[in-house]
Write a protein that binds this ligand. Sequence first.
Ligand code: UDP
Length: 236
Amino acid sequence: MEKQPLYEGKAKRIFATNNEDEVLVYYKDDATAFNGEKKGTILNKGILNNRISSFFFKLLSEQGIPNHFVSMPSDREMLVKSLKILLVEVVVRNIAAGSLAKRIGWEEGRKMPCTVVEMYYKNDDLGDPLINDYHIKALGLATAEQVAKMEEYALKINTILTNYLKEKDLELIDFKLEFGLHKGEVMLGDEISPDTCRFWDSKTGEKLDKDRFRRNLGNVEEAYKEVLLRLTGEVL
Ligand code: UDP
């Protein structure tokens, strides 16, 4: 049966399924950075991110974090619960890097004295600007209860992932989450992968994430493979 395409994003395609509560996500190798200005492909990224994200979603399910993961029917496909995505990107930061380091004038790698949670308006035309609770309310992006839930889940996810990754000699610097509504409930969606997180090797400080692509550091595929290997023991 021909799959019915619903939507194509920068790194994934979404298809309808026979079950109206679920959609199929297809992970591509396409990579973009700087709001689509830099384009490329990372060989096997779709497979690596599908496997890494599936692993994280299962771990979070075990720890009581509601998320969209249902199953991984193939190497590039993830079956997920259909969500009405909230147009808010939630970023959690443990160590200053990327846009935060620039904004507040801190050198990359400086530990934040406390965990920092930020909200961005998910809007490509505007380049995903930083927003606060008032903007979210004024724009009608989410209710105060939904914002509180996203923040609560984001902080819990940070604790779960930070502790898990530490055992694998990976430092969780920062990451981005997207949430949606499923039957009215706030639920984690999108992906958790080296595309959406910064992972640094705890011993060497080596970057094992999309910054290798953004900053032309080389060995991009190798870095993603190393993350999969450390998390699951799988070699691709
Ligand atoms: N991030 C993301 N998608 C975005 C912007 C950021 O997944 O559109 C992730 C990014 O990989 C990093 C964290 O969110 O782990 C914080 O990114 P930052 O604000 O520093 O932006 P960047 O430096 O990536 O432009």
